[in-house]
Design a protein around this ligand. Sequence first.
Ligand code: SF4
Length: 263
Amino acid sequence: MKVHEVVCLSALVPSRLPGLQYALNPYRGCQIGCRYCYAPAVLRDPRPWGGYVEVKRNMPFVLARELKREAPGVVGIGTVTDAYQAVEGRYRVTRYCLETLLPHDWPVSIQTKSSLVLRDLDLLGGFSRADVGVTITTLDERTRRVIEPFGSPASKRLETLRRLNEAGIDTWAFIGPILPEATERGMEDLVAGIAEAGTRKVLVDRLRLKEGTWAMLEPSLRALDEGLPALYEKALEGPYFADMERAILDLAARHGIAAEPAF
Ligand code: SF4
């Protein structure tokens, strides 16, 4: 894993994602290395995904300047790459950005796969509006280890949701991308686990292939099962994802969870 410190020129970037006015990404590259990740396509970065992280170490200073001149709005943190990947434990750029945002009290919305977000509960609790979304794709640990190699197990992510809820932080779960077969296995338990954690909102998303995604995903699927690539191709061509989205929305409703497609 190559970790480089880089200098960023801007911190807040206008966002077109639903509900967000700005995006803030303290890292470029991601150690979690999900095989379906869209970020390399968004960043148009040809380097092997999961093999590098650039740390925008000066971001809190740039952010402080921008907060004085920009109009307040919801800041999405980690919209391209996870803001709580392992190097954040050492560099704390995300934490320093939250410290910079807090006196301005702009709303923040975080999406992560990592329990490291719990470290910043003290800051998050100080915002008038802060929410945290935790991504969980499957309860199937064998799939998770291959497809999200340096992510935490689903059980830890559910525990993260529970602790955030206990601390009074608004939470949501992101079930996506749906992984054919793997998401289905244990889907009832996954939705029940989200409800038991106290989360009342779920966003669901299908698998979307961007440029280069299939080349990254296919060998990992094959490593899990020779037949999986063909099964995924069939799912991508047919009604599978629409059916799965509907099934998850129905299941969520039965557990008292408001669920909707992410896009
Ligand atoms: S955690 Fe997010 S940014 Fe990192 S590899 Fe996975 S999908 Fe990509």
